[in-house]
Design a protein around this ligand. Structure first.
Ligand code: PLP
Length: 393
């Protein structure tokens, strides 16, 4: 008999993962080329050449012990190289001590939440948000508090945010470029948000940690700037991942950057190291730590996503859909032409188009299209999108 907690989890299992399975089922019936699966953020762009070269170099090196255990925080030389790269890019002065290698962003978020949360501690996030935050916070008996969406421009609703901070607020998770909207939180937003946090820390005499979940940092179009949070707010922790920036989601590699300015820094570092071990990750994959350190300046072909973005945005708007143009990541968050977003997704499903209801991201009335697919998939799906809205008019 499984645990009651897991019973609940199975019941509410991820809509996105269910869609992924549905895509495979439909592909079996209609052929993969006739199924337009926009459900999962699984990059279709190949990793840069540097990645393949690095893998081959490392495995051909015949160095003894390259597959062995290491410090739970990761190889010191890898962490030092990442720290240096962050310092060079953002003018920070961190050392390897601030870096803890993780099993992707998901692993990193679980490590930091385990490190910080007491039962009933509150973690605030802004809708729409990555639905897994619900589970990650629940893993450590915290409570996820969602600030309602600002559907004008999808920047965080800071007025409501201020009202939702309480003495139990332990952390705030923000994600920019955002999944599912593609919006980049502006510098103005970050400055105001930091001011609110400082004010509330003072009012309540607490430390509130700002967790920047940044798997999409490198996927910013038109040279858009993504503010680096530790420059604005001392109690910052950045969760980074190579899943999207180097198209390596299955390899499970990322890191946490714990700002050396953060309150209780030394204890957080020690606790996070132990959390990584006792959550069962032990350490981030050895081979891929060595790979990414050789690829710190490598980039995926952003233009491929950009072509998809431009085509999809232009065509959907011309059919009468409403959405804001994504500035980063590879998602478009489109207003559902009917109120019920889940029903709209079912209608799309009947045209072999798989998209995800906004409710999964705490924002009903919208749907998410993950356009990290072949350009031809979009071209072939467009008539279906057109027919869908026309049938509903
Ligand atoms: N955070 C956000 C906002 C995501 O979209 C994802 C994956 O899609 C993750 C975290 C998890 O990423 P990773 O594969 O690095 O664990």
């Amino acid at each position: 008999m499984i645990s009651e907690k897991m019973h609940e989890q199975v019941k509410n299992s991820s809509v996105i993962r269910a869609m992924f399975e549905e895509g495979k089922r439909l592909a079996g019936i209609y052929g993969a080329e006739n199924v337009f699966d926009f459900s999962l953020g699984n990059p279709n762009v190949e990793p840069p050449e540097e990645v393949k070269k690095a893998i081959l170099e490392i495995v051909n090196d015949n160095d003894i012990g390259i597959h062995g255990y290491m410090n739970n925080s990761g190889y010191e030389e890898v962490r030092a190289a990442i720290a240096k790269s962050i310092n060079d890019k953002f003018g920070t002065t961190i050392t390897h001590n601030s870096i803890l290698m993780t099993v992707g962003a998901a692993g990193g978020l679980n490590v930091i939440l385990k490190t910080l949360l007491n039962p009933k501690d509150e973690v605030i996030t802004f809708a729409p948000f990555f639905g897994e935050y619900r589970n990650y916070v629940k893993n450590f008996e915290g409570e996820l508090i969602a600030v309602s969406p600002n559907t004008i421009d999808f920047q965080p609703n800071l007025k409501e945010f201020k009202d939702k901070i309480t003495p139990r607020t332990k952390a705030v998770i923000i994600n920019s470029p955002n999944n599912p909207t593609g919006v980049i939180y502006s510098e103005e937003t970050i400055i105001k948000l930091s001011e609110i946090l400082r004010e509330k820390q003072k009012e309540f005499g607490t430390d509130i940690y700002l967790i920047a979940d940044e798997p999409y940092r490198e996927l910013a179009y038109d040279q858009a700037e993504v503010p680096y949070l530790s420059k604005y707010y001392a109690n910052t922790i950045v969760g980074y991942s190579y899943s999207k920036s180097l198209s390596l989601p299955g390899e499970r590699i990322g890191y946490l950057m714990i700002s050396d300015q953060a309150a209780d820094f030394e204890n957080i570092i020690s606790a996070a190291n132990i959390a990584n071990r006792i959550l069962g990750f032990v350490n981030a994959p050895a081979l891929f730590q060595r790979v990414i350190v050789k690829c710190l300046d490598a980039k995926v072909d952003l233009e491929a996503y950009n072509r998809n973005r431009e085509l999809l945005y232009k065509e959907l708007l011309s059919y009468g859909y409403q959405c804001i143009k994504p500035e980063g990541a590879f998602y478009m968050f489109v207003k559902s032409p009917i109120e019920n977003d889940a029903e709209f997704c079912s209608l799309a499903n009947k045209k072999n188009i798989l998209i995800v209801p906004g409710s999964a991201f705490g924002c009903p009335g919208y749907v998410r299209i993950a356009y990290c697919v072949a350009y031809e998939t979009i071209v072939k799906a467009l008539p279906g999108f057109k027919a869908l809205i026309e049938e509903l008019k």
